[in-house]
Design a protein around this ligand. Structure first.
Ligand code: SF4
Length: 371
């Protein structure tokens, strides 16, 4: 029996949110639905987490997300149930008046591990994406309040054509607020994100090299739907030059008031960590690998979660990489990178196909000798 044990289990409490962001993968709606996950579903999920822990020796860490999870009528009871069951959890809320000091105290009392909020660029861009003036300022205020509570805070940013050059600006804020972890989502054409322009593969390669320098200077980077970052790290360790093209140089130039510019020639690149495995339960109970990868694996309203994750052919194919097609199938980095299965699925309707974000060519690049 092969059990897929996610490191992170995302639970989309509801698709309801006060905002309707241009890149929202959930295509958020204004109000909660009667079909949203309720306590019967949550208790079954917690039961399955216990069973997964029994089989694999470790429980997945739960991330409560949305929409805005704080808009779910079941949110408070869910947090209490997770706390009572000693399941580790984090919360990813929207910045609204519901994210107030009473809520932060409650979450701290219940043992929340960490919180993540989104920041997508300079004030105009951040507010434009959310169609809400003044939200950038409120986000900075929320960051201060969360930090004052002693809560571990992570910033999430989605990279797209419209905000690519704003990342040095976001980095500066992370440094000011002493935020150590930056999770960067690479746009997938799903939900409202279909209307946004993704960055090109050349821009992506330069951006990933830039992120390597950011990480080398002390900010932990997690990429979502850009596993090529692991290939970049591996290539850095193999001695390939990590200086990119025009976009890379401009990003570095704009970052000159942070401390990353001195690292360009240093061999202090971060080493490859462990690949993080995820599973996602949507607000209607459907299970997939992630919120950006809409290939349904089952529904917790029909089958217990641990049974969906057990001996699952799709999950085994993704894990092994042996069935990948196109250049991902021929690539020597496929075990550590593997390409974004979500992007292959959204663009080619085939989760085993190659990832269009990647510029690496197994046939050409493998003849290049590392320095
Ligand atoms: S070809 Fe595929 S597996 Fe290889 S580095 Fe690119 S995305 Fe990753």
């Amino acid at each position: 029996m092969a059990m897929y044990r996610p490191d992170l289990l995302f639970i989309e409490m509801t698709k309801a949110c006060d905002y309707s962001c241009l890149h929202c993968r959930a295509s958020s709606i204004r109000f909660p639905s009667r079909n949203d996950l309720g306590m019967k579903d949550i208790n079954e999920i917690i039961n399955s987490i216990g069973n997964i822990a029994e089989v694999t020796g470790r429980a997945p860490h739960v991330v409560l997300t949305g929409g805005d999870p704080l808009m779910s009528p079941s949110f408070i009871d869910t947090v209490s149930a997770l706390s009572d069951s000693s399941v580790g959890f984090s919360v990813s809320p929207a910045v609204t008046e519901k994210l107030n000091t009473d809520m932060l105290s409650f979450l701290m009392d219940k043992g929340m591990n960490s919180m993540s909020i989104s920041l997508d660029g300079q004030p105009e861009i951040h507010d434009e994406i959310r169609k809400c003036n003044g939200l950038f300022r409120e986000t900075l205020f929320a960051m201060s309040t969360i930090k004052d509570f002693g809560i571990k805070l992570q910033i999430n940013s989605t990279v797209m054509k419209r905000n690519l050059m704003d990342f040095p600006f976001i980095l500066k804020i992370l440094r000011e607020y002493q935020i150590r972890t930056w999770e960067i989502f690479f746009l997938i054409a799903t939900g409202r994100g279909k209307g946004e322009k993704p960055i090109s593969s050349l821009e992506g390669e330069d951006f990933l090299k830039y992120l390597l320098h950011v990480e080398a200077s002390g900010t932990a980077i997690r990429t979502v739907e850009a596993p090529e970052y692991r290939r970049i790290k591996q290539m850095a360790m193999e001695g390939f030059p990590m200086i990119g093209g025009d976009i890379f140089r401009e990003l570095i130039r704009r970052s000159e008031d942070t401390n990353i510019t001195g690292l360009l020639r240093a061999k202090t690149y971060p080493t490859n960590g462990k690949r993080i495995k995820t599973a996602f339960i949507s607000s209607n109970g459907d299970v997939s690998v992630s919120g950006l990868f809409n290939l349904k694996l089952g529904s917790i309203r029909e089958t217990p979660l641990q049974s969906i994750l057990e001996d699952n052919e799709i999950l085994m194919n993704i894990e092994s990489g042996d069935m990948f097609r196109g250049k991902c199938g021929r690539c020597r980095y496929r075990k550590i990178c593997g390409g974004s299965r979500a992007r292959a699925f959204s663009e080619k309707n085939d989760y085993l196909e190659s990832d269009s974000l990647c510029v690496y060519s197994p046939e050409i690049n493998e003849d290049v000798i590392a320095i």
